[in-house]
Design a protein around this ligand. Structure first.
Ligand code: PMP
Length: 402
């Protein structure tokens, strides 16, 4: 059979397009953060991870423009060779200090960070222990590690535990040889539900069973913890949490990823991770934007309070209307609809009402967990949020979801 036969047989997207409620790849023509222009219409954005609203901040934009003027548009090389700028080093120093760790390493995306770190940290005879609902970038890292480990037919090296279920984590890890190295990996704030990992228990188990801990704080930095310092800070466990990774594509209003930890571990990753060594470094504009966003995060922590109050108002409002809303104190507020067709119909109806949300359907979520995921910004004002709530009320009633 022709390799491309599977592409010709792929009809799921076409079927949804024909029904008129295809929710993906809608082009944004202009953006001021909480309000964007799509198909010539102004729409309230309730699905972005621009948590502090900094993509439209004049200081962040200006920093990016100035960096282009000084360094050009790209680095044309990897960090390893010709792609290290003084602002890469500055951002690494600033982030290590901000996150309370010895050292930091930048990657070109958050995805590459997880995908790059895991396979070089976990090698033959060692174990990866991963939450079942971890982000796709962690899964990619595990798959790469699995590919490398499969040469040794050591398939038992990859172990998953039930989502945020610390009893199950302890059970699975207790079955592994105590003396061998292990890495427990988890999202800090889970991206679909907004749930926060039970880090105190996870760290207790890690210490008992000779494991190290890596937390993906993509949705946590700038959102939870002291001054937005993420999950470990939220639980006062910065020292105990071995590695924290993050992204610049959310709070930091840019593109790129990072990991913080002990100097020796970061230095090892720097000289081992193919995703770093064989990929061009983050562009000057991206680095300068992230640096400017970090300045604002440090100087204006009140933005975090505004973000959290916005998310809390929405969680309460949707719950009071009768939606099944996940009850976690983060910036993600997901309304579980529990049916693919209904989720897509509601997505389109909300869009027609001038509100853009994210439709999460299978296979992205398990059956019964189809949801409309909303996420908030510090720059959403009360009138934006009230409009979103009005739209959810009207649409939910019209399809019998509430
Ligand atoms: N981890 C998590 C939990 C994420 O949600 C994302 C982005 N959706 C990433 C990693 C990847 O980050 P980036 O966008 O920088 O590739």
């Amino acid at each position: 059979m022709d390799l491309f036969e599977k592409c010709r047989m792929f009809t799921r997207a076409d079927e949804t397009r024909e029904k008129g409620y295809y929710p993906y790849f809608h082009a944004i023509e202009e953006s001021e953060g909480p309000v964007v222009m799509i198909e010539g219409r102004k729409v309230i954005m309730a699905g972005s991870n621009n948590y502090l609203g900094l993509t439209a901040h004049p200081k962040v934009k200006e920093a990016s423009i100035n960096a282009i003027k000084k360094y050009g548009t790209g680095c044309s090389g990897s960090r390893y060779l010709t792609g290290t700028l003084d602002i890469h080093v500055e951002l690494e120093k600033r982030l290590a200090k901000f996150m309370g760790k010895e050292d930091c390493l930048l990657f070109s995306t958050g995805f590459q960070t997880a995908q790059g770190i895991i396979p070089v940290l976990v090698q033959k005879g060692e174990y990866i222990v991963s939450d079942k609902d971890n982000h796709a970038s962690i899964v990619a890292g595990i798959l790469v590690a699995g590919g490398m480990l499969s040469y040794s037919s050591d398939t038992q090296s990859l172990v998953r535990y039930k989502h945020n279920d610390m009893k199950h984590l302890e059970f699975v890890i207790s079955q592994l040889p105590l003396e061998e190295g292990k890495l427990i990996v988890s999202d800090g704030v889970f991206s679909t539900s907004g749930e926060i990992v039970n880090l105190p228990e996870l760290i207790r188990i890690a210490r008992k069973y000779n494991a190290r801990v890596m937390i993906d704080d993509a949705h946590a930095v700038g959102v939870i913890g002291v001054g937005g310092r993420g999950t470990a800070s939220h639980y006062n466990l910065v020292k105990e949490c071995d590695l924290t990774m993050g992204t610049f594509s959310k709070t930091f209003a840019s593109l790129g990823g990072f990991v913080v930890g002990d100097h020796k571990v970061i230095d090892y990753l720097k000289h081992s991770a193919p995703a770093l060594i064989f990929s061009a470094s983050p562009t000057p504009a991206s680095v300068a934007a992230a640096l400017a966003a970090l300045d604002i995060l440090e100087q204006e922590p009140e933005r975090i309070e505004k973000l959290m109050n916005n998310a809390r108002m929405m969680r309460k409002g949707l719950k009071e209307m009768g939606y099944h809303v996940n009850d976690y104190d983060s910036a993600v507020v997901s309304a579980i609809i529990g049916d693919t067709e209904k989720t897509l119909i509601m997505w389109k109806a909300l869009f027609d009402e001038g509100v853009f949300v994210n439709a999460f359907i299978r296979p992205g979520v398990p059956p019964g967990m189809e949801m409309l995921r909303t996420s908030y910004m510090a720059t959403h004002e009360k009138e934006h949020l009230e409009k979103i709530l009005d739209a959810f009320k009207k649409v939910g009633k019209s399809v019998g979801a509430i």
